[in-house]
Design a protein around this ligand. Structure first.
Ligand SMILES: [Zn+2]
Length: 443
């Protein structure tokens, strides 16, 4: 009995301590959601697509003390990394009231503003002023409002074994400018986190805003009740990955109609891009496009690679591996004819990248015309052309650069309508194009 008593006492003590700890981090009252008419709720006006940053207003999503009532966006900053920030706060590594010191963080290169920045329909999935909050919203920052950048612009050198190889083979030359004498690529990089203007996103997909809000609420496990209770807040920062832009050559050439532009829009494939898996053509495409972009820059134009964090056609890597297994184990082996079917069996759809929002970044960069588009994706092509950007030439990867096991994917995609400068495979071809079988992979 004595032991049980001590246990109860200890448990009570522990609970009390935990409560105290929580109270040190947060106020005792938990605000599960807010309502437009609630006392103390007074969002900073946000006019999406206004002609200047000042008229548009800053995006404020912070729940910090001085910002909570002035929030004009739903969700959390940092994309998917908001969870790690929460962990840092919970374990005491970060105070919840921490504010970034923005000194010396300003962009290395100036981009824009372009007319699309103040067009409410051209850019709906990022904040066009996200890199310039210190320039435009210093007044609100001084008032204690917690505004965070959602875009950053920097510069770097890239050293890649494949580029060394291309230099050795004479495919690419070291001009001392785009490619340094020691074979490094000079690059300007832009990182962007997602900022969705919900009415614009809904319109892009041809659905109504209420349906979009409900779906986002349900499929995030009810994480953001304000999607439902705050119809007055039109901006949502979703907990998803963002994108990176790699610019080869002068970024000022991108909107210049007298300069040529080579571009690739690449969706993440960690297995191939980083680890060299040979079941698909992702890395060969990426490397080929980097070479072509560098070459365009050396010829006086500019090259751009946009890298989206949409792993495994935005189905994620777990789904992707399940599909790999099913493809290899199915009766008749891994054929191009059944390539998409296996993805649909597991995921319900064959692709969740839905390229409708993708052209936003191109409009942010001031792209008007793409002279060489390094991609075979009909979805990317149609989204870009449909958004008002001209594509002069579509370029697919040279056949000799395709890994043997990736033929299944390539043929299936071409048969499904993807672009090719070569032949479209017949039904019979699709049945006979086979990937490596399971026994050959086993180890
Ligand atoms: Zn891949």
């Amino acid at each position: 009995m004595a032991n049980a008593d001590t246990d109860t006492k200890n448990a009570a003590k522990q609970e009390q301590e935990q409560e105290q700890e929580q109270q040190q981090l947060y106020t005792s009252r938990v605000v599960l959601t807010t309502y437009p008419s609630q006392l103390g709720i007074d969002p900073i006006p946000l006019s999406w697509g206004a002609s200047s940053a000042e008229e548009r207003g800053p995006v404020v999503v912070s729940r910090q003390k001085d910002s909570f009532g002035r929030r004009n966006a739903i969700g959390a900053g940092g994309g998917s990394y908001c969870i790690y920030r929460a962990l840092a706060v919970a374990i005491g590594a970060l105070t919840p009231s921490h504010r970034p010191d923005f000194r010396l963080t300003e962009p290395t290169h100036s981009i824009g503003p372009f007319p699309a920045w103040s067009d409410p329909e051209k850019i709906v999935s990022m904040d066009p002023w996200g890199h310039a909050i210190v320039d435009h919203f210093s007044e609100q920052l001084d008032q204690g409002i917690d505004i965070r950048p959602t875009i950053a612009i920097t510069q770097a050198h890239m050293k890649l074994a494949e580029i060394d190889d291309a230099i050795d083979k004479g495919i690419l030359r070291c001009d001392g400018d785009v490619v340094t004498k020691s074979g490094e690529l000079k690059v300007v990089k832009v990182a962007s986190e997602p900022v969705w203007h919900l009415p614009g996103v809904a319109k892009r997909f041809g659905i109504n805003e209420a349906t979009l809000r409900r779906a986002l609420f349900e499929d995030t496990g009810g994480m953001y009740p304000e999607l439902i209770t705050r119809p007055d807040l039109k901006v949502f920062l979703p907990p998803i990955g963002g994108l990176t832009v790699y610019i080869f050559g002068n970024p000022a050439h991108i909107p210049d109609p007298t300069k040529r532009l080579t571009m690739r829009v690449h969706d993440e494939c960690n297995g191939s891009d980083v680890f060299g898996s040979d079941i698909c053509t992702c890395k060969p495409y990426l490397i080929y496009s980097i070479e072509e972009c560098a070459r365009e820059a050396q010829n006086g134009g500019v090259g751009v690679v946009v890298y989206f964090r949409k792993e495994g056609r935005a189905l994620g890597e777990v789904t992707k591996y399940l599909v790999y297994n099913a493809r290899k184990r199915q009766e008749g082996g891994d054929t191009a004819a059944n390539y998409f079917k296996r993805t649909e069996f597991v995921a319900g759809v064959k692709d969740m990248r839905f390229q409708a929002l993708m052209p936003d970044i191109l409009h942010w960069l001031g792209v008007k015309r793409i002279d060489r588009f390094i991609s075979m994706s009909n979805m990317k092509y149609e989204a870009i052309v449909g958004s008002g950007i001209e594509i002069v030439e579509r370029v697919s990867i040279p056949e000799e650069r395709m890994p043997a096991d990736s033929k299944v994917e390539i043929e299936a995609k071409i048969a499904d309508g993807y672009f090719t400068s070569g032949e479209v495979p017949t039904e019979e071809d699709l049945k006979t194009t086979k990937g490596r079988n399971w026994d050959e992979i086993a180890h």
